[in-house]
Design a protein around this ligand. Structure first.
Ligand code: PLP
Length: 392
């Protein structure tokens, strides 16, 4: 049909998701390709109880329209956590609740980007951010990521050129690489942001999932009014609640409210009320420790198996938290070929290419360790080795 779509739709990157869903739906396939948190670790009992109380005690309010900024007690809870855990001077006025932190990517792009504007980001970078930003037709300025943060010289050059409206980074346990910024990289990025007047958009979807439980210093601590933090309850409570937040200076929040209101009036209010009830009647720290300890065990197992089974053929990252390991393939093996050979052996991995805005990632794969049990990780790695040998 001759439908005439807006020009921006032509900027959407080619999606790999269709292929992925096709393999993820097959129960015989062990999948390390997705990015789901563990279903077993979702506290369904606690959330059921919180839901019951909310609906019984103030169901009609919880099911009514609400305000764009989000449920104040929930925003106060988040602001307090920033003050206590990170020593940031956050107030509820600087926090907005969103329908999952994915919404921040869309709304921040909407308020900051005109077509052609620069956006700095890590290479490799979060696929969902590339997809969200692309629709606003930016000029991407990728900065190579090292094991300790974005290449400092490259970052400095990118920020000093002053062509980027913001730099988007994931300092903690990055998706897809699993790497984290060193303390020096955080300081460098934050001070550069301030000095050059470039916003540092810090996506902290995984920050709470540190295996050692230690809170890492946010880049915002150095970037101050040039720092925005995006947070999410998806990995620490439940992604289906679709509840995340933005923490930003008030001038940015004012524009954000306009964009948010036109997008959806407000975030799911029932979810916000349930979440607040759950958070104030549960020991969140204890729950997060439990989740992180299971992920740590899975990560160590997967990492050890990569080292043992592949004997140095795969060079991998050593995450200190989060849900992903990134592995570089030896010369001559293409990630897409390995993906296809893997599906034949009933194991799915994510090839590296979709995580790059320019050509890249043909020699790398992302492996998710949060949504498989230990037996699946062990068996999956054996299958992956068979697939790998077929590609040689
Ligand atoms: C880095 C990163 N940011 C944002 C998101 C979006 O998460 P949500 O919308 O569930 O908060 C994800 C999801 O996996 C992610 O990996």
């Amino acid at each position: 049909m001759p439908y005439h779509f807006a020009d921006r739709m032509a900027y959407a990157p080619e999606s790999f998701l269709g292929t992925l869903f096709a393999v993820s739906g097959d129960p015989d396939i062990i999948s390390f390709a997705g990015g789901l948190p563990s279903s077993e670790l979702i506290d369904t009992k606690g959330i059921t109880e919180a839901t019951r109380v909310v609906l019984e005690e103030d169901g009609s309010e919880a099911l009514q329209y609400s305000t764009t900024d989000g449920y104040l007690p929930l925003r106060e809870y988040i602001a307090k956590r920033y003050r206590q855990r990170y020593g940031l001077s956050a107030t509820a006025d600087e926090i907005r609740i969103v329908n999952g932190s994915q919404q921040n990517l869309d709304l921040l792009a909407k308020i900051f980007l005109n077509p052609g504007d620069g956006v700095g980001l890590e290479a490799p970078g979060y696929l969902g951010s590339i997809e969200a930003f692309s629709l606003y037709q930016p000029t991407f300025c990728p900065v190579p990521l090292t094991e300790t943060g974005p290449d400092p010289n490259f970052l400095e050059k990118t920020m000093r050129e002053k062509t980027c409206r913001f730099f988007y980074g994931i300092p903690n346990f990055q998706n897809p690489s699993g790497t984290s910024y060193s303390d020096e990289a955080r300081r460098h990025a934050g001070l550069l942001a301030r000095e050059t007047g470039t916003i540092f958009y810090e996506d902290d979807a995984f920050g709470e999932l540190a295996f050692d439980g230690r809170a890492r210093i946010p880049v915002k601590k150095y970037a101050r009014e040039y720092g925005i933090i995006s947070g999410s309850f998806s990995k620490i409570v439940a992604p289906g609640l679709r509840c995340g937040w933005i923490y930003a200076p008030s001038e940015i929040i004012a524009q954000f409210d306009i964009a948010k209101q036109s997008a959806d009036l407000h975030s799911n209010f029932l979810s916000q009320k349930i979440l607040h009830r759950y958070l104030t009647t549960t020991d969140l720290d204890q729950h997060v420790r439990r989740v992180a300890s299971v992920y740590e065990r899975n990560c160590r197992l997967m990492g050890d198996l990569i080292d043992d089974i592949f004997g140095g053929d795969l060079i991998r990252t050593h995450p200190e938290g989060g849900m992903f390991i990134w592995a570089t393939l030896p010369k001559g093996i293409d990630a897409r070929d390995l993906f296809e050979a893997g599906v034949k052996e009933q194991v799915a991995i994510m090839p590296g290419m979709p995580f790059y805005v320019e050509d890249g990632g043909h020699d790398a794969i992302r492996l998710n360790f949060s949504n498989a049990c230990e037996d699946e990780i062990s068996e999956g790695m054996i299958r992956l080795k068979t697939a790998f040998d077929r590609c040689r």
